[in-house]
Design a protein around this ligand. Structure first.
Ligand code: SF4
Ligand code: SF4
Length: 108
């Protein structure tokens, strides 16, 4: 998900409802992610709670104040969320899965 500046993420959240958002456990500690928002996947790997499911939905989705699908832990979001960009392949695959039109990549 991209920065909250007039971006479509705030009313989309498709990527947060499509993929398992996994990262090294130590990253969660470094970022200060609340432990109740993460799940252990392996001894070294964690994921955002709710995303390791057949129909994923991150528990933090919709808990921000910037929009209906705003991330509730935006400053502490893990690396997969920082890496995914509007209009990239993963973004548009997620949007397609949720019946949304593809987006063009945006300059940052
Ligand atoms: S799928 Fe794309 S537009 Fe939607 S929230 Fe994720 S990055 Fe933003
Ligand atoms: S932490 Fe935020 S950006 Fe990452 S999947 Fe959850 S709601 Fe989306």
């Amino acid at each position: 998900m991209s920065p909250p500046s007039e971006n479509p993420c705030l009313s989309c959240g498709a990527c947060c409802r499509t993929y398992r958002v996994s990262f090294y456990w130590g990253e969660a500690l470094e970022l200060g992610l609340p432990t109740e928002l993460i799940e252990q996947v392996t001894p070294h790997l964690a994921c955002m709670a709710g995303t390791n499911a057949t129909q994923p939905r991150c528990v933090a989705l919709g808990h921000g104040t910037a929009g209906p699908m705003a991330c509730g832990v935006y400053p502490q979001r893990p690396s997969p969320c920082r890496e995914l960009q509007i209009g990239d392949e993963k973004c548009n695959r997620a949007r397609e899965r949720h019946g949304l039109l593809p987006l063009s990549p945006q300059c940052s």
